[in-house]
Design a protein around this ligand. Sequence first.
Ligand code: ZN
Length: 53
Amino acid sequence: MLPQAPPNAPEHRTSTSERGAFCIAHCTCGWKGPARRSRERARQDATVHSTEA
Ligand SMILES: [Zn+2]
């Protein structure tokens, strides 16, 4: 038997990165959020993504 991740628990590890005056949310699944003026907003995008995905 091969070790496998549970199918109903996909890995969505989000992080934010800053680009000049903007902040962008990223996810390990390849998702990328829109550029935001505040880190707070980018984090919100990441939270919404990881809860909706
Ligand atoms: Zn994701």
